[in-house]
Write a protein that binds this ligand. Structure first.
Ligand SMILES: Nc1ncnc2c1ncn2[C@@H]1O[C@H](COP(=O)(O)OP(=O)(O)O)[C@@H](O)[C@H]1O
Ligand SMILES: [Mg+2]
Length: 289
């Protein structure tokens, strides 16, 4: 199966971004999102269980209050309001997970990349806290919005965070930190994710973005390739290198999509970042760290 080349002739700038995002084969992006959900299943279960347990406790105390001769209505009202709030939290979470789980067309908006980073870190919190991994986050408030699909960009950040967590788990050292940075750049924004793992062996630096390349026993090898497809569909670039401790992955995203001409290859056809899909269904098992 080769790559698909599409023409995006004479589209206005913004429509070009949308068309490029559509070029990402949704099957492939969807399969990768399901993988991410599989890898995050313990965080998700924990996050949903919390408000549900809170509701169960509030119901117990409310029933006890109601069994009294003259129940304290003020306390009951307070419990009810808290239950409503917990139900709303659980509902929001289910909505967010559903968004990741369903197939959908890309939605192009002006994306607050710092917000996407914070949301992704929040979603990963249980995974990192449980493993005593600290995430040090430094977000530049001057970071401009970028034109693109927030869910796809979140998918990139989460893929990179999962890789960083796994790298630290695979090569435990004294330091267990992931440093996430955003910085305004000439064209838009640079996001850097650096970890305290063992780094990436030099000969593998140009292989790790290949589809199905993995050095992990249960790795699918699609996290970085789908991330590169997404970033390139947004007119950006993604690069890996080694820092003082572990690996550094830099994602550069332009504020606005690049002019159409830059997307054309020598044959005058738009580049499409589409990977062949494996013939078997991916297993969405939680990888062993
Ligand atoms: N932060 C990192 N530190 C060290 N190696 C990494 C890191 N991120 C990715 N890699 C390497 O790149 C490979 C491909 O990553 P990825 O596409 O996410 O697939 P997977 O995580 O399923 O192996 C990994 O198997 C690993 O060898
Ligand atoms: Mg991965």
């Amino acid at each position: 199966m080769g790559t698909v080349a599409l023409r995006i002739d004479a589209l206005p700038d913004r429509a070009q971004t949308e068309a490029r995002l559509r070029q990402l084969e949704e099957d492939q992006a969807h399969a990768a999102r399901l993988c991410v959900l599989g890898e995050m299943v313990s965080s998700i279960v924990h996050e949903i269980r919390q408000p549900l347990s809170a509701i169960a406790m509030d119901i117990d105390t409310s029933l006890r209050l109601l069994s009294q001769d003259s129940p304290d209505l003020k306390k009951l009202r307070f419990n009810m309001a808290r239950m409503k709030d917990s139900a709303r939290r659980a509902n929001e979470l289910v909505h967010r997970i559903k968004q990741m789980a369903v197939k959908r067309d890309p939605i192009c908006t002006d994306v607050d990349i710092n917000g996407v980073i914070s949301d992704s870190i929040e979603l990963m919190a249980i995974e990192t806290v449980a493993r005593s991994i600290r995430i040090h986050c430094s977000l530049d408030p001057a970071t401009p919005f970028v034109r693109g699909d927030a869910l796809q960009l979140q998918q990139v950040i989460i893929n990179l965070l999962i890789n960083a967590v796994q790298a630290i788990e695979l090569a435990p050292s004294g330091h267990r930190e992931i440093r996430v940075k955003s910085k305004q750049s000439f064209h838009g924004v640079r996001i850097s994710i650096e970890d305290d793992g063992a780094g990436i062996p030099e000969p593998l630096l140009d292989k790790i973005f290949d589809a199905y390349f993995s050095t992990k026993r249960t790795g699918m090898g699609i996290g970085l390739s789908i991330s590169r497809s997404i970033v390139e569909a947004h007119g950006g670039t993604i690069n890996a290198s080694n820092g003082r401790n572990g690996a550094i992955v830099d994602v550069d995203l332009p504020r606005e999509p690049a002019p159409y001409a830059e997307l054309l290859d020598e044959a005058g056809e738009a580049r499409a970042a589409v990977l062949p899909m494996p013939s078997h269904s991916p297993e969405f098992a939680r990888p062993e760290f």
